[in-house]
Ligand binder design. Structure first.
Ligand SMILES: *[C@@H]1O[C@H](CO)[C@@H](O)[C@H](O)[C@H]1NC(C)=O
Ligand SMILES: *[C@@H]1O[C@H](CO)[C@@H](O)[C@H](O)[C@H]1NC(C)=O
Ligand SMILES: *[C@@H]1O[C@H](CO)[C@@H](O)[C@H](O)[C@H]1NC(C)=O
Length: 308
C-alpha cells in the first residue's frame, strides 16, 4: 500500500488552496476598528479619537465669540455652540476635528473657526475687547452691491432671489448656492435664505466647504491642514505647502493669496492665532506655512469661477 488514493490527494491539495485563499482574503479585508460615540460620531475610525465636544466646550465657544450677542451685532441670538456641534457631527466621522492627535484636532477647529470668525466679524481697530472678539457678528452681507446672479446652465438664478453673502463662511453667487445645496441635499438655489435662518445649516454649509475640494484631484482645506495632502512638483514650484496658508488658498485663491502680506490674509491668520491662544493650544502651534502671501492660487480667478 505505497500509493495513496490519487483522488484523495487532489482533494487535500484543493482544501489547502481554499484555506490559503481564505487566509489571504481575511488578511486583506481586515477592517480597521470603528467606534461609535452616539449621535456625535458614529461608526468610523475617526470616532475612536476624541470628538470635538470632548476638547471644545460651550465656555470656549463663548470665549471665542464673546461679543456676538451684544446689541450692535447684526446676528444677535442666532449663532450658538449647539448648532456648531450638531453640524460638526455630520463631518466628524469623515475626519473633521477628529484626525491626528489632540493638538491637530484642536488646531483644525481653531483653523476652521478662524476662517469663520474673520468672515463674520464686525470688529474694527478700536472695538471693545479688541478687533478679534467680534466673530459671528454677522450672518449675512449687509449692503450687497449686486445680486450675484451669473449666467449658469446648471444652476440658473431663480427669479426674485438674491445670492448675496450668507452663512458662517459666507456663500455668494447662484452657482455656489447650487453646488453647496447639492452637497447638502438642501434646495439652496431656490432658498438661499435658509442660510440666514438656520445656524446649524449655516455651519453645515461652512464645514462642507472646508471638507470638499473645489475641483477633482485637488485637496480640501481639511486635507491641506491635517497633512493628508502631498504637494506635487507643480505645487512645490507654486509654493503651495501643507499648513494653514494653503487652507486660504483652497477657499479663496488669489483673492487672498499670492498678493503679499495683505490685510485680508492677515485678518484670517490673526483670528486663527487668537483662537489657538484662547483654546489653550497656543499660537506657536501655527508656525509652518502659516501664510499664503507667496503662493500661486490652486485655481487662478482668470480661468475659473471663485467661490466667494
Ligand atoms: C487618532 O489620533 C492618533 C494620535 O492620537 C493618530 O495617530 C490617529 O491617526 C488618529 N486616528 C485617525 C483615524 O485619524
Ligand atoms: C436646520 O438645519 C438642520 C440641518 O440641515 C436640519 O436638520 C433642521 O431640521 C433645520 N431646522 C429647521 C427649523 O428647519
Ligand atoms: C503643471 O504646471 C504646468 C504649467 O503651469 C501645467 O501646464 C501642467 O499641466 C501642470 N501639471 C499638472 C500635473 O498639474
Amino acid at each position: 500500500m505505497a500509493r495513496k488514493n490519487p483522488s484523495m490527494e487532489v482533494a487535500v491539495v484543493m482544501h489547502l488552496l481554499v484555506l490559503a485563499a481564505w487566509c489571504a482574503t481575511a488578511a486583506s479585508s481586515a477592517k480597521p476598528k470603528v467606534c461609535d460615540k452616539g449621535w456625535e460620531c458614529k461608526n468610523s475610525v475617526y470616532c475612536c479619537n476624541e470628538t470635538i465636544s470632548d476638547f471644545f466646550q460651550v465656555y470656549q465657544f463663548e470665549n471665542l465669540f464673546s461679543k456676538r450677542n451684544t446689541p450692535v451685532a447684526q446676528a444677535v441670538g442666532f449663532w450658538d455652540y449647539h448648532s456648531f456641534i450638531t453640524a460638526a457631527a455630520v463631518y466628524q466621522p469623515l475626519g473633521f476635528g477628529t484626525t491626528g492627535g489632540k493638538q491637530t484636532q484642536m488646531g483644525e477647529v481653531a483653523a476652521f473657526l478662524g476662517h469663520v470668525g474673520s468672515k463674520t466679524s464686525c470688529g474694527y481697530g478700536v472695538a471693545t475687547g479688541g478687533p478679534l472678539a467680534w466673530g459671528l457678528c454677522y450672518k449675512r452681507e449687509m449692503s450687497p452691491s449686486q445680486s450675484y446672479c451669473d449666467d449658469n446652465y446648471l444652476y440658473p438664478c431663480t427669479p426674485g432671489v438674491d445670492y448675496y453673502g450668507r452663512g458662517a463662511l459666507p456663500v455668494y453667487w447662484n452657482y455656489n448656492y447650487g453646488t453647496i445645496g447639492d452637497g447638502l441635499k438642501v434646495d439652496l438655489l431656490n432658498h438661499p435664505e435658509y442660510l440666514e435662518q438656520n445656524a446649524t445649516l449655516a455651519f453645515q454649509a461652512a464645514i462642507y466647504r472646508w471638507m470638499t475640494p473645489m475641483k477633482k484631484k485637488q485637496p480640501s482645506a481639511h486635507d491641506v491642514f491635517v497633512g493628508k495632502w502631498k504637494p506635487t512638483k507643480n505645487d512645490t514650484l507654486a509654493k503651495r505647502l501643507p499648513g494653514f496658508g494653503a487652507t486660504m488658498n483652497v477657499l479663496y485663491g488669489d483673492q487672498v493669496c499670492g498678493q503679499g502680506p495683505v490685510d485680508g490674509m492677515n485678518n484670517i491668520i490673526s483670528h486663527y492665532q487668537y483662537y489657538l491662544d484662547l483654546m489653550g493650544v497656543g499660537r506657536q502651534f501655527s508656525s509652518d506655512n502659516l501664510d499664503c502671501a507667496e503662493q500661486e492660487a490652486f485655481n487662478p480667478s482668470s480661468t475659473s469661477s471663485s467661490t466667494t
